[in-house]
Write a protein that binds this ligand. Structure first.
Ligand code: DAU
Length: 327
């Protein structure tokens, strides 16, 4: 059961294959907002839900700087609404909460703040969020853990580093750069380009979430990362080589479109995850190397021009309006 508000980054076309294969039997789409308590409560009843995987969030740092309110609303109030509806739905006759259920909360490494040149975020690193986005995610993490501690709600929590791969909305660094290269547009690098991110392939993130849901005890927190740190500018140079080769572009010409732009306000310098606990205790490991993951990602964007065109033209949003109307 997929509850999605289909806001600007939501795209029903991304799930068309699943809908075709499993729609109405193993897959049910529900259009709506996690802040809508009546709707969320009704879904718990309608589907007798026993497991929640809470991916829903406003996720883009730049947007949180321009308009923080949506982040507080969805990430803080939305998480609260889901948690509280789960608590109500999972109450037994004697008032205790069911323990054969699970609420898995998806979060980010950005809650830990920014690292200097050395060190890693572990599960015990103190929270130090520095953007409206990360502050809203930190708040949602605290609510999730508070529901576990106070009410005994079975909760697990994961904090992941930067994801990349197919279907990613082209506001994030990697798809934005790929599509700008293909369209001959400038490649905007924030600040000096030396900020560092730890990149993990989207399937590896999902496999980690699955492992946690299968094996973790309630109340545990897990870091997920790629162990794959890159300065933005170095990553971009590799991406230029891959895209140029596959799309038959002149790499030197593409390099000439790199444009250093004003830095993001409060731009965190470095993120790097220590995911040793997840590897040791749950046996998870990354399955896709960065070279392989970037190739797959570039191939996907080159091979899915209709999806890209739908986003570029805004047509994917009119599809949503036609099929679901405005809520
Ligand atoms: O670390 C996990 C986080 O990664 C997630 O929690 C967020 O939801 C996700 O958006 C991502 O946050 P970042 O701010 O790191 O991702 P973004 O793709 O916006 O930027 C990656 C780096 O590239 C960052 O240092 C800013 C820089 N950048 C980004 C864009 C979009 C540029 O230099 N130019 C750009 O045009």
């Amino acid at each position: 059961i997929n509850l999605d508000a289909l806001t600007y980054a939501g795209n029903a076309a991304s799930l068309a294959d699943i809908e075709r294969q499993f729609g109405g039997s193993r897959y049910f789409f529900e259009h709506g907002d996690i802040c809508d308590r009546a709707l969320v409560v009704s879904l718990f009843e309608k589907y007798e839900i026993d497991t929640v995987v809470h991916f829903a969030a406003e996720s883009h740092v730049d947007r949180s700087i321009l308009g923080p309110e949506a982040f507080v609303k969805t990430n803080v109030m939305g998480t609260f609404t889901l948690l509280d509806a789960a608590r109500a739905a999972w109450k037994t006759a004697d008032g205790a909460l069911r323990q054969d259920v699970l609420f898995h909360h998806i979060s980010t490494d950005e809650v830990y703040g920014s690292l200097g040149a050395t060190g890693y975020f572990t599960e015990t690193t103190p929270y130090d969020p520095r953007s409206p986005y990360s502050a809203s995610k930190a708040s949602s993490d605290h609510l999730a853990m508070a529901y576990a501690h106070t009410y005994g709600l079975p909760v697990t929590l994961s904090n992941c580093s930067n994801n990349y791969g197919p279907y990613q909305f082209p506001e994030k660094l990697i798809p934005l750069m790929i599509l700008n290269m293909l369209e001959g547009k400038p490649l905007p690098v924030y600040g000096d380009g030396k900020n560092i991110r730890d990149w993990v392939y989207v399937e590896d993130h999902n496999n980690a979430v699955w492992a946690i849901m299968q094996k973790s005890v309630s109340g545990e927190k897990w870091n997920i990362g790629g162990e794959n740190e890159w300065e933005n500018i170095t990553l971009l140079q590799s991406l230029i080589d891959i895209v140029s080769e596959k799309a038959k572009l002149d790499p030197e010409k593409v390099r000439g479109t790199i444009t250093y732009v004003t830095d993001r306000p409060g731009h965190d310098r470095r993120y790097a995850i220590d995911c040793g606990k997840l590897k040791r205790e749950l046996g998870w490991k990354q399955g896709v190397s960065f070279a392989e993951g970037l190739e797959r990602t570039v191939d996907w964007y080159l091979g899915n021009t209709a999806w890209v065109e739908g986003i570029r033209s805004g047509e994917y949003q009119s599809w949503i309006k036609q099929n679901y109307g405005m809520r």
